[in-house]
Design a protein around this ligand. Structure first.
Ligand SMILES: C[S@@+](CC[C@H](N)C(=O)[O-])C[C@H]1O[C@@H](n2cnc3c(N)ncnc32)[C@H](O)[C@@H]1O
Length: 395
């Protein structure tokens, strides 16, 4: 009897366990006629491992880890919103504005000056103390949690007219706008503007007299419009100070030649952090290989258009969210020589060492670049990558 009970018990247990075995489907084994499908994120990481381990050497493993961890955001304060206590509430949670921090004059900060594009501005290791502090727009405020604090921001609340109090973005992406140094009365072109984080930062300066925000993609331009509608009062949008278009930025160089005091060229790139983490809309998908390979050419053409649209003596900033030398320094060098050879335009690289030093408490900058500055993802301050290079049109 005991043996019978035991056998029934075992059979029932066996049936139970069968019920929980996930159903397996028979799959025909066959020789693949197409290439095996790898996730685009895997392809991106493989590509990065190959190129960045050479470019960034022993910095690459820690940058890789940071890029695969949660990115840190900043809250770009919207000064057009009348929502009460936005800054006070954020400060009560431990956030601080990284832009308006007091300047430590005992540090070796460097004069802003122009430099020849062909020389490495990292060659001189001795930095002179700065005699004066160059201007950083005091009107742009971006609050971040302290180093090592990975708290998340709550969604922004609207004021009584529906205008939102802050915009969440990678805090390092405010740097190209700060480097552009918009002054009162300036006309500004934002050549690749959608979804509009930097456009919004440009407007926070309250210095822009006229802003042309353009993006090739119709759907992304719609997003840009919606962003501006959520952050700017209707009256401000009705003032005709902002012109939004959806056209190929490469054409604006010819049609708008020498028109702008300041031009932001925030180009499409391999968006390294996104490509390493997110499958959707990933430029490393096999179907987008050609598009990806053509990026440096498109970036050079967009930068050339930006140079053409800048007035004599005006400034432009080229930026990407990639670590790639091919999309960063190489594009800048190539555009400078093409501008000279093909268009007779002389362009000078502006030294941003002082700028990188000014923000080195917040961001981790790459040590050895031939031109421009690069924010490296870093676990304790997980912003970037953001590359920026400032240029001045000389004639
Ligand atoms: C890095 S995103 C710009 C991000 C934007 N500046 C911001 O801060 O929100 C690059 C943009 O370039 C646009 N783009 C791509 N090709 C372009 C072209 N030929 N002319 C103008 N925009 C282009 C893309 O649609 C994309 O929105």
């Amino acid at each position: 009897m005991a043996a019978y009970v035991c056998t029934r018990y075992c059979i029932n247990k066996f049936k139970d366990s069968i019920r929980f075995i996930p159903r397996r489907y028979r799959v025909k084994t066959k020789w693949a006629a197409t290439r095996p499908k790898f996730p685009a994120t895997e392809l991106a990481l493989h590509n990065f491992d190959t190129s960045y381990s050479i470019q960034l050497r022993d910095l690459w493993p820690s940058i890789r880890v940071a890029m695969l961890c949660e990115q840190k955001y900043g809250a770009l304060i919207n000064s057009f919103s009348s929502a009460p206590n936005v800054i006070i509430d954020l400060e009560a949670r431990g956030c601080k504005d990284f832009i308006s921090r007091p300047i430590d004059c005992s540090r070796n900060e460097v004069h802003p000056s122009s430099q020849d594009s062909t020389t490495s501005h990292r060659d001189s290791t001795e930095l002179e103390p700065a005699a004066f502090q160059p201007s950083i727009s005091p009107d742009i405020k971006c609050l971040i949690f302290p180093q090592g604090d990975i708290s998340r921001f709550k969604p922004s609340r609207p004021d009584s007219s529906g205008i939102l109090g802050y915009y969440l973005l990678d805090a390092a992406s405010v740097l190209p706008v700060l480097a552009l140094d918009v002054q009162p009365g300036h006309t500004v072109l934002d050549l690749c503007a959608a979804p509009g984080g930097k456009t919004l930062a440009l407007l926070q300066t309250h210095s822009v007299n006229y802003l042309w925000a353009n993006d090739l993609s119709g759907s992304r331009t719609m997003r840009l419009r919606r962003t501006l509608q959520s952050y700017l009062p209707k009256e401000f949008l009705d003032e005709n100070k902002i012109h939004i278009t959806s056209t190929d930025g490469r054409q604006l160089g010819m049609t708008e030649e020498k028109r702008f005091d300041r031009v932001l060229v925030d180009v499409p790139c391999t968006t390294d952090r996104h490509s390493a983490m997110v499958e959707e809309n990933n430029i490393f998908k096999r179907s987008r290989t050609k598009e990806r390979q053509k990026l440096p050419l498109l970036q050079t053409q967009l930068l050339l258009a930006g140079i053409q649209a800048t007035r004599q003596g005006g400034h432009l900033v080229y930026s990407t969210c990639s670590l790639s030398q091919l999309q960063n320094e190489c594009v800048v060098q190539q555009a400078i020589s093409l501008a000279q050879q093909e268009l007779g335009i002389a362009v000078q690289v502006q030294d941003l060492r002082w700028f990188a030093q000014r923000f080195s408490d917040t961001f981790h900058f790459a040590p050895q670049l031939s031109v421009g500055e690069l924010v490296l993802p870093y676990l304790c301050a997980n912003f970037g990558p953001i590359y920026m290079c400032k240029l001045q049109r000389m004639n």
